[in-house]
Design a protein around this ligand. Sequence first.
Ligand code: SF4
Length: 221
Amino acid sequence: MRIGGFQKFSLIDYPGKMAAIVFTQGCNFRCPYCHNRELVLPEEFKEPIPQEEVMGFLKRRRCQLEGVVITGGEPTEQADLVPFIGSVKELGYQVKLDTNGSRPQVIRETIQRRLVDYIAMDVKTSLEKYQKAIGVRFPAEIIKESIDLIKGSGIQHEFRTTVVQPFCDQEDVSKVSILVNGAQTYRLQTFRAGPKIINLNLRDIPQITEQQIEAWGKCLH
Ligand code: SF4
């Protein structure tokens, strides 16, 4: 595993659990609004954190922590993600996987092997606008495959859309809400352009406010 970051404690990233967070290095998308450029752009990667160091910490903290969040970058890009999660589960942790949904075959394997307890998937926008929103060519039907897989998994899950102009408007949110219909949770988030986003030009584009998003949420299917 290429581990680009490790947070030893969080109360907000795994609903209802005290968790550590593993940030994997590398992502197959290039979302212009991404805040994690040092986990996405190879030229900005830092020296990876040795996996033994992370596992050693998790072993020592078994009694204090309940969960481990695996996020990125994009975790399913890691060739050894499945055995890594297996080792974390062997320590007795609950595992939450954050994903962009680009590799349904990996998500399926983690579900079938009962390695994950919670899956959170970002759905960037409507399928029609997906390529623009992720900055690379990508077959959008794969996103739908992952959504359907996660919805039908029986595992605790959530979908979330960060509403970023000009990639996602009210109509896109409405289309996403149809795609995720039946999911346990669908969350909308506002976007704030920080100093480290991949495309800094986005800082000049006015963004949707929380009040507007709240109003959109009330109109959803
Ligand atoms: S999928 Fe996530 S980590 Fe990858 S570029 Fe997009 S926002 Fe960044």
